[in-house]
Write a protein that binds this ligand. Structure first.
Ligand SMILES: [Fe+2]
Length: 241
């Protein structure tokens, strides 16, 4: 099926999101989102040439240990070593090569290296919790890291975030930028997390949950998780900050 073209520039616009597949911009149970949710109706922007083709990021070289969060310090971090890998795909299921992926996460105790995170869990001197990499020619990325822990937050009484890794994917164009969170299968905190629950469509929610993969798992070394990321279209990974 062809896509409608934009009359002004004859460029092919990106798919719009399916209803229910993305969190609403305002979701009352997620308290801090009330301070940043738009109070006016959104303005519909056409996908013209500038939205569809740019900008091109001139990011610097990705360093050798940027995709291995267990090798960024003198010693090894504590916790469960994991491999996280998958493909970045566009709205037509085609791999997106050479795209920059950044991630950030807590350590195994559920603590971020951040001045605002003062909860009663230890920092790990051997773990910063940030990484980046480029996808290869098949759209494949791979990180080695430590499984993050759940952490408390002040959204409501006894609120805990399910363990998650934040991802930012630049994609090919400004409107294909995706910021999302990757979760781990079977987390008992899903049912109580307003960020996860703010996405109405259950199938869309599941697109943020990685799956355990025995083939990615390496004997005597690390368990493996697969997480494919779809930037736009009906199968898009929900946007979640
Ligand atoms: Fe987080």
């Amino acid at each position: 099926m062809g896509h409608p073209t934009n009359e002004r520039s004859s460029v092919t616009p990106y798919h719009r999101h399916e209803p229910g597949s993305q969190p609403p911009s305002r979701y009352d149970a997620y308290r801090s989102n009330l301070r940043r949710a738009p109070s006016q109706p959104l303005i519909f922007l056409p996908h013209t040439l500038s939205e569809v083709t740019g900008p091109i990021y001139g990011h610097g070289e990705v360093g050798e240990t940027d995709n291995d969060l267990t090798r960024q310090h003198a010693g090894e971090p504590l916790g469960e070593r994991i491999i996280v890998t998958g493909r970045v795909l566009d709205s037509n299921g085609r791999p997106v090569p050479q795209t920059l992926i950044e991630l950030w996460q807590t350590n195994s105790a559920g603590r971020y290296v951040h001045v605002r995170d003062q909860h009663a869990a230890p920092l790990d001197p051997n773990f910063t919790g940030t990484g980046r990499t480029l996808t290869d020619e098949n759209g494949v990325y791979r990180f080695v890291t430590i499984k993050p822990g759940p952490y408390p937050w002040l959204n409501h009484y006894n609120a805990w975030r399910p363990a998650h890794i934040h991802f930012s994917i630049f994609g090919r164009a400004f409107i294909s930028r995706l910021v999302t969170q990757m979760y781990f299968p079977g987390d008992p905190l899903f049912a109580f997390d307003p960020m996860f629950q703010s996405i109405p469509d259950e199938k869309a929610r599941q697109r943020m949950v990685s799956r355990f993969d025995l083939e990615t798992t390496q004997p005597l070394w690390a368990t493996g998780y697969k997480f494919d990321i779809v930037l736009r279209g009906p199968e898009a990974t929900p946007f979640e900050t």
